[in-house]
Ligand binder design. Sequence first.
Ligand code: T5A
Length: 221
Amino acid sequence: MTIVTPVGMSRKREGRGKFITLEGGEGVGKTTNLPFIQDYLQHHNIPVVVTREPGGTRFAEKIRHLLLDAESEPLSEQAELLLMFAARAQHIRHIIEPALAHGNWVLCDRFTDATYAYQGGGRDMSFSTIEWLENLVQGPLKPDLTLLLDMPVETGMTRAKERGGEFDRFESEKISFFERVRQAYLMQAERYPERIKLIKANQPLIDVQAAIANAVQPLLM
Ligand code: T5A
């Protein structure tokens, strides 16, 4: 679970902050690596706001609860997609844009690449519909850097199982769903090689974090 930590929000910095997103399938290590990236940035005197999707504001967290609830009535693909973007619209308006405008960096656990992967790949929804909603909700806002943690689906699921806890509505999907999610993520990485950096996630944590630091470092220039 990620929590919203508006570290350094009160310090106005020159210029606009940078927007970093962390992506990948289930159990690849996003939550594990967020504090590492946060510490890395703070070590370089960069105030960072850590947040997540779906969620990040009180209202968007309520939408998250609806989306992840494994006991809910079956959700149509359209309702799921629209709720993702409804939560995102609130998150951008109240957290992401103000933080970036204030000169803070924003580190977000999942963003719109997850929608291409889960709703586009997993649910087989049209990429052009997602793109239309992306433009409507985000305007020109795009991450400056996306770290895509990638590894075989089975390994991620095993890690998620070993971590324990109840499975949510997405985690209860079949392996074939997550294979499509992974392929859609990899397609996004091919589509945006400048922005999306692929990080091999099935290696020791110390090596994952070295690769993450390598990918983040050029943004500090
Ligand atoms: N969603 C989200 C959509 O469908 N569309 C969207 O647009 C958006 C934004 C959100 C769900 O919403 C969906 C996708 C998701 O299903 P979530 O909580 O953000 O859910 O995402 P999850 O993938 O469920 O997050 P997890 O908490 O399951 O996975 P993480 O955070 O990637 O994995 P983490 O860090 O908890 O690690 C799992 C286990 O592996 C260990 C950890 O200690 C932990 O026990 N681990 C390692 N072990 C060995 N070596 C390493 N290198 C390791 N790294 C971590």
